[in-house]
Every structure is written in structure tokens, then in C-alpha cells.
Design a protein around this ligand. Structure first.
Ligand SMILES: [Zn+2]
Length: 131
């Protein structure tokens, strides 16, 4: 059993007009508004930087070959940067790079000094032998 939406009179199922008030009984398509699903901003897990292999190798070489104490912080920073978000890790890698550059300079000076000391020692020995 249906009722007229306009006046509320009882209606037969197949009636197209209300006998009481004359309103059209065809259902007007109701515009169903799509519920707007507000997409919650997904808190994205910051991307981890991972291991900077080049910087790791550089730090180890500096430590082993140049015996540079500056390679130690470089190595630590490279390792710490693995679990850091990319932006933060970049700063650490930059710092590690600075330390590695210092290591190379230190290594060069170290070997130069060793060479000079060795040369002078040899020279002194030679002089001592001659005199
Ligand atoms: Zn009616």
C-alpha cells in the first residue's frame, strides 16, 4: 500500500496520479549525493636512507690505510645514517664526507712526515757513518 507524498491519501500501487490532490506519483529520481570520503592523510613512514656504501668504503680505507682518527666519526656517521630519514641522513653523510676529506689530508701529511723523518734519519745515519 502506498500513500500520496503530497497529501497522504491512500493509493493503489499502479496509480500514476493521486486521486485526491492530483499530484504526480512517479518517483522523481532523488539525487543521492555521493558521500565525500575525506582521505585521511596517510602518515607516511619516512624513507630510510640506507647504507651509503661509497662513504663506508671511504671511511674504512681512511681508517686502515691512512690510520686517520678522523675516519672514526666518518664511519660512525655513515652507520648512523642507515636508519635515518633521507633528509637527515644527507646531513650526516655530508659531515662524514667532510671528515673523510680531512682524513685524506691527514693521511697525505702523515705519509709526508714519515717520509721526511725517515729521510732525515737515513741522512743522519749516513752522515754518522761518514764522519
Ligand atoms: Zn494526493
Amino acid at each position: 500500500m502506498a500513500f500520496c507524498k503530497n497529501c497522504g491519501a491512500e493509493l493503489a500501487e499502479d496509480q500514476k496520479f493521486c486521486a485526491n490532490c492530483g499530484a504526480t506519483l512517479e518517483e522523481s529520481p532523488v539525487a543521492v549525493e555521493e558521500p565525500v570520503v575525506a582521505e585521511a592523510p596517510v602518515a607516511e613512514e619516512p624513507k630510510k636512507a640506507g647504507l651509503n656504501v661509497g662513504m663506508l668504503v671511504w671511511s674504512i680505507i681512511g681508517l686502515v690505510v691512512c690510520c686517520s682518527p678522523f675516519s672514526i666519526p666518518a664511519l660512525i656517521m655513515t652507520i648512523l645514517a642507515i636508519n635515518m630519514p633521507v633528509a637527515e641522513a644527507e646531513k650526516k653523510i655530508k659531515l662524514a664526507k667532510t671528515f673523510n676529506i680531512i682524513s685524506i689530508v691527514w693521511g697525505v701529511l702523515y705519509f709526508t712526515l714519515c717520509f721526511i723523518v725517515g729521510f732525515l734519519a737515513g741522512l743522519a745515519e749516513a752522515l754518522a757513518f761518514m764522519l
